[in-house]
Design a protein around this ligand. Structure first.
Ligand SMILES: CC(C)(COP(=O)(O)OP(=O)(O)OC[C@H]1O[C@@H](n2cnc3c(N)ncnc32)[C@H](O)[C@@H]1OP(=O)(O)O)[C@@H](O)C(=O)NCCC(=O)NCCS
Length: 208
């Protein structure tokens, strides 16, 4: 089906952030599409998402490649937003900062449009996102903080409880969870280039 083809195409590593070519004519929307987000995309979902719109736009400007949206016939039905973090544990700064040299993806939000909940979409999107992260050589793990009642949901996606989060928001407390995107490889470390910065990376992950 068209839907299956779309899913297949977008399961390849490169997330398409490419705008349609000029003069492409009337837009036709695929039945189902996964792609990274643009700042204008999530406005329809932000009311139901724990992040404010300005926070969403902030991260989509800094690191759109760490977001993933699920569109059905052009309509955004679910999305994930992440940024990079560079410490073992999440600190208050992690709520607002993107650390470009970090190797931990901090998942700020997973949101599914209200009318599409309880259909497995949140779990599927998370699965696809974690698959996608494996294709980014600088990512070692994904972390998130959530309220206690949601930890079984993330556990089903493969996240492990790390303990209580140091972060509180008003009266809310959280637990921190981690998914090992790329478990540590005990091999001699070598330098490789990512952008203009040298980074340590084991040879099995393409280090040169
Ligand atoms: C949490 C959320 C992403 C789940 O998406 P979804 O597409 O409905 O999830 P799925 O259909 O894949 O899985 C459903 C499972 O989610 C869990 N779940 C969802 N909402 C829950 C809630 N309010 N309390 C407890 N568990 C919940 C349950 O484990 C449920 O499984 P069950 O029906 O067997 O009990 C969605 O409810 C949402 O967008 N909520 C608002 C935004 C939010 O709070 N995001 C998480 C923090 S950033």
């Amino acid at each position: 089906s068209i839907c299956d083809q779309q899913i297949h195409i977008f399961s390849k590593c490169a997330l398409p952030c490419v705008p349609p070519p000029p003069g492409a004519g009337i837009a036709t929307f695929p039945a189902s599409e996964f792609r990274c987000l643009r700042p204008e995309d999530p406005s329809s979902l932000c009311l139901e998402c724990p992040l404010h719109l300005d926070e969403v736009c902030h991260f989509l400007t800094l690191c759109p490649e760490l977001s993933l949206g699920w569109f059905e016939e052009g309509r955004l039905v679910a999305f994930i937003i992440g940024s990079l973090w560079d410490q073992e544990k999440l600190a208050m700064d992690a709520l607002t900062l993107h650390k470009p040299h970090g190797s931990t993806v901090h998942l700020h939000v997973l949101a599914v449009h209200r009318t599409f909940r309880q259909q497995g979409k949140g779990s599927i999107l998370m699965w696809r996102y974690l698959q996608y992260l494996r294709c980014l050589p600088y990512v070692r793990c994904a972390v998130l903080m959530c309220e206690y009642f949601l930890f079984p949901f993330y556990q089903k996606s493969g996240f492990k409880v790390q303990g209580h989060s140091d972060i509180t928001v008003g009266p809310l407390t959280f637990i921190e969870m981690m998914y090992p995107v790329r478990p540590r490889v005990h091999a001699p470390q070598q330098w490789c280039l990512r952008g203009h910065e040298p980074r340590l990376m084991p040879p099995s992950m393409g280090g040169v």
